[in-house]
Design a protein around this ligand. Structure first.
Ligand code: ITT
Ligand code: NA
Length: 199
């Protein structure tokens, strides 16, 4: 059975392959890049869950195949949860991870350690061509470094140090990150639902 990963974010695709395989799903996983003719849906939702469902439904409808989508981001407590759903375009340029991270660090330059708490959030959505939908969420709490460290992962990984760890997400191995991450939690919860609905 084919399951579309309705995302064009290479970092997410890499992680989803590992997370879903570890969860025991034996499916033909293909990214949105396999369907270049299908346009990206506008992320008009105001929550991660709404945006994940929008992306999954658009892909399932356009292809007639089941699709999962990930909407995710970094919520910084002292910024009232920003960048949140705007994490991918915080600097104004969608997907410019370095510009987004640099801007956020500049905005937090004067904020001291006890106030640098944040979490990653991920909504994992499944949509079937008949309109059936499921969505689950996962979080990873931590604190934000003043200086990036590490080269693994993507996005804001070099500045988030998970609670209970002494290194950033970008210094964890991919397997270590997936074991504790917002994405790992969300998609491990979604996996049995996928198995049940796809048979
Ligand atoms: P798709 O919509 O095609 O999936 P996108 O990159 O636009 O790709 P989002 O709108 O969900 O996806 O934005 C996610 C952003 O949140 C991403 O660009 C990172 O900046 C950040 N982010 C999400 N998960 C992350 C993680 O595990 N580590 C670091 N940053 C993460
Ligand atoms: Na988004």
């Amino acid at each position: 059975t084919r399951l579309i990963l309705a995302t064009r974010n290479a970092g997410k695709i890499t992680e989803l392959h590992a997370i879903l395989a570890d969860a025991g799903l034996d499916l033909d996983l293909v990214g949105a890049d396999a369907y270049p003719e299908i346009p990206d849906v506008k992320e008009t939702g105001v929550t991660f869950a709404e945006n994940a469902l929008l992306k999954a439904h658009a892909m399932a409808r356009a292809t007639g195949l089941p699709a999962v989508a990930d909407d995710s981001g970094l919520a910084v407590d002292v910024l009232g949860g920003a960048p949140g759903i705007f994490s991918a375009r915080w600097s104004g340029t969608h997907g410019d991870d370095k510009a987004n991270l640099d801007l956020l660090l500049a905005q937090l330059a004067d904020i001291d350690a006890p106030h640098r708490t944040a979490h990653f959030a991920c909504a994992a959505a499944l949509a079937l061509p008949d309109g059936t939908e499921r969505v689950v969420e996962g979080r990873l709490h931590g604190t934000l470094r003043h200086t990036p460290a590490g080269t693994n992962g993507f996005g804001y990984d070099p500045i988030l140090q998970p609670d209970g760890h002494t290194v950033t997400c970008a210094e964890l191995t991919p397997a270590e990150k997936n074991a504790i991450s917002h994405r790992g939690k969300a998609f491990r919860d979604l996996a049995p639902v996928v198995r049940e609905l796809l048979g």
